[in-house]
Design a binder for this molecule. Structure first.
Ligand code: BJW
Length: 269
């Protein structure tokens, strides 16, 4: 969707229509009292756009587990292999067939139409949320379409192949460029902003994530008890039992339905 201006009404007053899958008995608080939303997304939201998830069927890359290619140690040991992995995924992301789906669009619509605080925290390194129109978002695991120079710290958009021989456009040195990605053992990005949003949220929604990677997997426990927590996933995740509500099904179906329920709208597909 484009970027419609925020509507003149506060969505706080438009949320009385509950999604059919949820009964008010299950809610921690009336929806009308929800003022601050944090949404966490994972690979599952982009699966129906044609991007592979990390775990489960089809989650392997040429026999490598993600833990074998997404660590600083793997990059130090075999930078060529790691560059190959990210070059392939960057190329795939640039394929015109890879487009945002109805779930990405529904979250963008929620951000634009919601009257209160909103933060979309994505673990995904693709840019499908931005392409759908989301603006208040954090890429906690970095961005595939950016590179970083470990010598001078320059971060820039990058659509080409990357290799150990590529020299940094800012400092001119070669051998220091890497994908702008958070690997295992590294600190996720913008944690302060995320923790602040979690501390103040009263609705937390996790979408398309297996809840196997921390700190994101622990967010639900940070807000549990004071925020309404909802899981939208193809199947129960490892953290399913921690959520107040669980909607299981493809993201392109459950996310638009959930968002439409919040906003009191018809479902967009
Ligand atoms: C659908 C669907 C459809 C499918 N519709 N749904 C204990 C406590 C704390 C930390 C640790 C700990 N033990 C170990 C750690 C450290 C480690 C970690 O968590 N390791 C685990 C393996 C245990 N974490 C880290 O190192 C992180 N840094 C860190 O912890 O720093 C210290 C710190 C501590 C405390 C606070 C702050 C900091 C860094 C993690 C970096 C992760 N990086 C990766 C790869 C890089 C990105 C890339 O190359 O793309 O990020 S790993 C990979 O997993 C990727 C993802 O973002 C991440 C999460 O995966 P996700 O999104 O959940 O995907 P899947 O495939 O697992 O699941 C998909 C889901 O979708 C499934 O449930 C499907 O059912 C569903 N699905 N189709 C709806 N159509």
């Amino acid at each position: 969707m484009g970027g419609p201006a925020a509507p003149p009404f506060s969505a706080r007053h438009r949320v009385s229509m509950l999604p059919v899958a949820v009964s008010s008995r299950e809610l921690h608080m009336p929806l009308s009292e929800t003022v601050s939303i944090v949404v966490l997304t994972g690979a599952g939201i982009s699966a129906e756009s044609g991007l592979s998830t990390f775990r489960g069927a089809g989650g392997l890359w040429e026999g490598h587990r993600i833990e074998e290619v997404a660590t600083p140690e793997a990059f130090a040991r075999n930078p060529g292999l790691v560059h190959q992995f990210y070059n392939l995924r960057r190329r795939q992301l640039l394929d015109p067939a890879i487009r945002p789906n109805a779930a990405h669009r529904a979250l963008a619509r929620l951000e634009w139409r919601w009257g209160g605080e909103f933060l979309l925290v994505t673990q995904n390194v693709d840019d499908l949320h931005e392409r759908a129109g989301s603006r208040r978002l954090v890429h906690m695991h970095g961005e595939l379409a950016k590179i970083r120079c470990t010598f001078c710290g320059d971060v820039r958009a990058w659509a080409e192949e990357l290799s150990v021989a590529t020299s940094c456009p800012a400092c001119g040195r070669s051998g220091g460029l890497r994908p702008h990605i958070v690997w295992f053992g590294e600190m996720p990005m913008e944690m302060e902003r995320i923790e602040e949003a979690l501390a103040g949220c009263d609705l937390f929604v996790a979408i398309g994530t297996s809840a196997q990677v921390y700190p994101a997997a622990g967010f639900v426990e940070m807000v549990r008890g004071r925020a309404r927590t909802v899981e939208l996933n193809l199947e129960p995740s490892a953290a399913s039992h921690l959520f107040d509500e669980r909607w299981h099904g493809p993201a392109t179906e459950v996310v638009p339905a959930f968002v439409a329920g919040l906003l009191g709208e018809d479902v967009e597909r």
